[in-house]
Design a protein around this ligand. Sequence first.
Ligand code: ATP
Length: 453
Amino acid sequence: MSIPAAATPDVMEKLVSLCKRRGFIFQSSEIYGGTGSVWDYGPLGVELKRNLKERWWHSMVRARNDIEGLDAAILMHPRVWEASGHVSGFVDPLVDCRNCKKRFRADDPKIKGTPGAPDAQCPACGMKGTLSEARQFNLMFKTFMGPLEDTAAVVYLRPETAQGIYVNFLNVQQSTRQKIPFGIAQIGKAFRNEITPGNFIFRTREFEQMEMQFFVEPGEDMKWFEYWKAQRMEWHRGLGLAENRLQFHQHTDQELAHYARAAFDVQFDFGGTLGFQEIEGVHNRGDFDLTQHQTFSGKKLEYFDQPNNRRFTPYVVETSVGADRTTLAVLVNGYREEIVEGESEGRTVLGLHPSIAPIKAGVFPLVKKDGMPEMAHRIADDLRSSLPVFYDDSGAIGRRYRRQDEVGTPFCITIDGESLTAGTVTVRDRDTLKQERVDAGQLRAFIGEKLAT
Ligand code: ATP
């Protein structure tokens, strides 16, 4: 039995340190002083994020016959971003300080006075009258394709993965012979030159999205919108995110993008100063995107409804979730510090859903003698072909448990004296701390069954 210790409202700082210490997440280019709001995933982090993406891919693509997968390129024809509205519309109003050269969003509450006016004060250096008037700043990263660095060679790093799906709508539909309603899903990197990034991996300049566009007949869109809203909330619950930390936020008229017919965010309570924040957007985008691409490319992107012998431009219901932001959500959701009854030392636990835990089982010989390490090695090697496991024989058994608890390993297998004679081992559950004796030959099935739930 374990007793929760005092509530830790803002675990972000503790998580940043745990993530670095245990190899989940490192600051990018750290030895050079770091790159602003860009992060690298270490050995455990890459497993965690990959497992999360796998879970999404499985539920959205593999387990359904009405969604197809896609992996479109990051670099796209520049006209794509004119058609999508990103060249003209993906902007934030910014002000510069002429003294300290720092940049702020014009609506930054820390700015005192009106930017551009003599009394306006820079929130960084404190000088008055040095802030420029607000001007529009595009959030897309620009680069050049080919040998010439001129305006004709400008390309963008995609700020979202969705456009790769729209421009391939007919390629996918015709090659798979899918009938409407059907969807196209993809996971990939997106880039945004965010002005106020931060909060660890919550808002970064390079991140991964998991997006699905569902193409439906006009008039059926609200029905599918409701369907996908419910499905996606269920997916987050299935990931183990606590019920009371999840909520919907409906976009108000002011928040609604000009093309959107309806939009809801799935929000997660990150605690501390962040509170409830968007982790996923579910949007009814109407026929805006396909119509724009038809206009800009001059190519028809219509669906031919054979039984009724008619053509139409489908409406789109989009689900768009950040892989990194959801990774942060599962870390925040799972982090807890506990006092264990009967033990003097407390423990830190990452209560990750077993399916996404980077290591599924720790394998420990009780002592480093009497044939226990040999048997433990055999068990670890056998399990490793199907599950990521970690062999550890250093330090007291309690310390080894703590090390695995801290990285979210759901099971710890201990090989003791009885193992050598009876062929059984103990399996300790990370959350209940209960230990069960299991036949060593049944371990794979035993753990496999628990992971499947
Ligand atoms: P926000 O309002 O937080 O900037 P958004 O409304 O611009 O988000 P969308 O364009 O709807 O976000 O993107 C869908 C998802 O992609 C978001 O719910 C989030 O999980 C993720 N995402 C967007 N921008 C970032 C970012 N800069 N860093 C990490 N994840 C992001």
